[in-house]
Design a binder for this molecule. Structure first.
Ligand SMILES: NC(=O)c1ccc[n+]([C@@H]2O[C@H](COP(=O)([O-])OP(=O)(O)OC[C@H]3O[C@@H](n4cnc5c(N)ncnc54)[C@H](OP(=O)(O)O)[C@@H]3O)[C@@H](O)[C@H]2O)c1
Length: 251
């Protein structure tokens, strides 16, 4: 498959690498900033341009990997000759693309992607398209990229995006606030890393609800009280601690 990538950020970069690794071809990178387009185009060994350049219509797929709010903004600048157009967003309807092509859909990577990643992680994909034929086309392409692919419409994808934010963005935020608490209190955050790994790995084959541990699930009021007293100098963290404790105690 020949793919033209629109955008040059995290998803554009990781998807470009994956597409090449799976023996498909990236024919072009188009991005609003020519400098950014050139960095990715050079890495992927393909042509690049900004939005005033000509889209390479030898592409079978145009993969739009720009910020959610920018997907609609950049469409008027692209001349894609009715080729398959896909976006990569969890929370944007596929139908925003209908103005651009008769074949359109979504190739949503359900993974946290950063261009600094050295190894490519396992990436499940949620796919969707506007016709049965187009859906089969996207499904077959996605299956070349990953063993984990599911068809999901706008509503299901949006629901999974909410869950993804909770399990990934929220947990990472908790690591970040725990790290700054440790720094302020002069204790070693690094020693918590085996615990972080164990907690994540434990739920591979078991429901997280069945393996909850800690003072909140034990309703250990004395320990909770000690923690809350210690957190008086960290009011924001104390509020988060209280909210999560309440959520664990009253699921
Ligand atoms: N990162 C993830 O983990 C992840 C996972 C799944 C899905 N997604 C989705 O993938 C899409 C891209 O996310 P990302 O993480 O790659 O974002 P990103 O790293 O912030 O890159 C955003 C890209 O969008 C371009 N852009 C921003 N505003 C624009 C505008 N007004 N007009 C044209 N281009 C514009 C940026 O161009 P400049 O270089 O010029 O700033 C850049 O190329 C989003 O829809 C996101 O929801 C992300």
């Amino acid at each position: 498959m020949k793919v033209s990538i629109i955008g040059s950020g995290n998803v554009a970069t990781v998807m470009g690498r994956l597409i090449k690794q799976k023996n498909h071809e990236v024919v072009q990178v188009m991005s609003r900033n020519i400098q950014h387009a050139s960095v990715l185009g050079n890495e992927l060994g393909c042509n690049y341009c900004n939005f005033s350049g000509l889209a390479d219509v030898s592409a079978d797929i145009f993969l739009i990997a720009v910020s959610d709010y920018a997907i609609m903004d950049c469409l008027p600048q692209l001349q894609l000759q009715d080729k398959m157009v896909l976006h990569t967003a969890g929370s944007v309807s596929k139908d925003v693309l209908k103005v651009k092509s008769a074949s359109y859909g979504v190739l949503y990577p359900l993974q946290s992607l950063r261009r600094e990643m050295i190894a490519l992680p396992e990436i499940p994909f949620l796919v969707d398209a506007n016709t049965a034929e187009a859906t089969q086309f996207v499904l077959s392409f996605a299956k070349d990229l990953s063993p984990k692919v599911e068809i999901a419409g706008d509503e299901e994808r949006l629901k999974l995006h909410v869950a993804a934010v909770i399990v990934s963005n929220f947990t990472n935020h908790l690591y970040a606030i725990a790290e700054s608490y440790c720094i302020e209190e002069k204790v070693d955050f690094d020693i918590l890393k085996p615990l972080i790994e164990e907690t994540a790995l434990r739920i591979k084959n078991i429901s997280p609800a069945t393996v909850q541990t800690g003072p909140a699930v034990r309703k250990d009021i004395h320990t909770l009280d000690k923690h809350l007293r210690l957190l008086v100098n960290h009011p924001k963290l104390r509020t988060t601690y209280l909210r999560l404790t309440d959520s664990i105690m009253n699921p």
